[in-house]
Ligand binder design. Structure first.
Ligand code: SPV
Ligand code: MG
Length: 435
């Protein structure tokens, strides 16, 4: 090749004039090879891309000035730089702040080692893909796209995190919640958990399957209208087998990604109950497998997931029973397994993970660390957990805040003292679009 080789790494999920400017500048230097980040590479430092790799590739290949597109499968540029040894590496100047800074340092010294040059094209001001992404979100999300998002996230990340939502307001908070971690990587929640405990509790009802499907779906609808995140629905016991098949159809039609059903029968009680209230009856393996199969036969898409929740540790039926059930439920067609524990140290969960990881037909594993919050996401990921759910924290936090406020107003016979602990009425008004 007589022309100089110019390597241009990019995610190109939302193409904007900033990208075109970089390509234009690169083309002046030689043969433009775009190192297009794979979906996994993007998910590792910002968010799951809106478009799949193949779609992004198609677009970038058609851009004027691009000669070739190759895949960059990690956010670290080293592998491709070593492979192609380009004469130039061209990047937007904004990579020296944020999550790519470390990779930038590495890339610069690597390029130096064969006399290559790093060119930083000035970042196009006034354009940000984060801002464009926000506008896109406001267009809403189609049911099929939302439904498929959970499986997609699971295929791109070793562990995904979700949190409960029981109202439009709590879903809005989760939708907007985002922090930058110590590496500059944006941390957000991947999905919402439609908890039976928090949905029932926020209606002042016990968590015993009394709040019926119609009412639960009303909560789901409030959430769907203000959120773009995929949803995992807590289906309790799934009710009777024919009822479960109909529940699956209804959830799928709305764009819910997954349902979790637990292997209990009779009057369902919350798994964290203690003492007398903790007497629940576990379903037979045979009946529960038939329920899973009925659900799988009812679903219309390939993307909807049925996650089988095992209550053996809650009911003290033993680890062998838990593992035995996991095996049977997967054989019956479950797309994932949730293992639950009431113990405070998380040890039995870690033990379960160890045994479960040896399965050859292992499916995604979900846990709810309410009673063992000291285990971090890193600990859980290392143990092999794929889905972590913060199942009730937002409702518990709002209960404490509301109760303290009520007591403060009663104590002081005015709201002044309580006022400093919450947002102004104007902030709440401005938070909701349309006010
Ligand atoms: C829920 O959030 O409703 C759950 C999890 O089912 S737990 O409350 O821990 O049983
Ligand atoms: Mg529940």
């Amino acid at each position: 090749m007589s022309k100089k080789l110019v390597y241009v790494p990019m995610a190109a999920d939302i193409i904007h004039p900033g990208h075109l400017n970089i390509i234009k500048e690169s083309a002046k230097l030689g043969y433009v090879m775009v190192g297009l980040f794979s979906d996994k590479a993007i998910a590792s430092y910002k968010r799951v891309p809106l478009m799949h790799y193949a779609q992004r590739k198609l677009i970038v290949e058609s851009l004027k000035g691009v000669d070739e597109v190759v895949m960059q499968d990690e956010k670290d540029y080293s592998a491709n730089l070593k492979k192609y040894k380009p004469d130039f590496l061209v990047h937007g100047s904004d990579w020296n702040v944020g999550p790519l800074n470390e990779e930038r340092q590495k890339a610069i010294s690597l390029m130096e080692s064969w006399g290559g040059k790093v060119v930083e094209v000035e970042y196009t001001k006034g354009i940000s893909s984060t801002e464009l992404n926000k506008n896109l979100k406001e267009l809403g999300i189609l049911p099929q796209v939302r439904l498929g998002a959970l499986k997609r996230f699971l295929s791109l990340k070793p562990i995904i995190r979700g949190i409960e939502s029981h109202s439009g307001m709590s879903a809005l908070i989760v939708e907007e919640a985002s922090v930058k971690d110590e590496n500059g990587v944006n941390q957000t929640f991947d999905f919402l958990w439609l908890s039976s405990l928090t949905d029932s509790s926020s209606k002042g009802k016990p968590d015993i399957e009394f709040v019926d499907l119609t009412s639960r779906i009303a909560t789901v609808n409030d959430i769907l209208e203000v959120s773009t995140k995929p949803i995992i629905y807590d289906g309790d016991t799934g009710s009777k087998i024919p009822h479960f098949a109909m529940m699956v159809k209804r959830l799928e039609r709305l764009g819910i990604s997954a349902v979790v059903i637990e292997d209990k029968i009779g009057l369902k009680k919350n798994s964290l109950c203690e003492g007398k209230a903790a007497r629940h009856t576990q379903d037979s393996i045979e009946n529960f497998c038939a329920k899973i199969q009925a659900g799988k036969n009812a679903q219309l898409t390939n993307d909807f997931m049925i996650i089988a929740r095992i209550e053996s540790l809650i009911l003290e039926a033993g680890m062998d029973d838990a593992i035995n059930r996991a095996r049977s439920y997967i054989e019956a067609g479950a797309d994932g397994v949730m293992i639950h524990s009431r113990k405070k140290d998380g040890q039995e969960i870690l033990k379960f993970c160890e045994l479960y990881n040896a399965f050859s037909n292992r499916k995604p594993l979900m846990v709810v660390p309410t009673n063992y919050p000291s285990l971090s996401e890193e600990d859980l990921k290392n143990a092999g957990v794929n889905i972590v759910v913060y199942a009730n924290q937002l409702l518990r936090a709002s209960y404490t805040a509301m109760k303290n406020t009520a007591l403060s107003i009663l104590t002081h016979k005015r709201a002044l003292e309580a006022d400093k602990h919450y947002v102004s009425a104007l902030e709440i008004i401005n938070l909701i679009e349309g006010n």
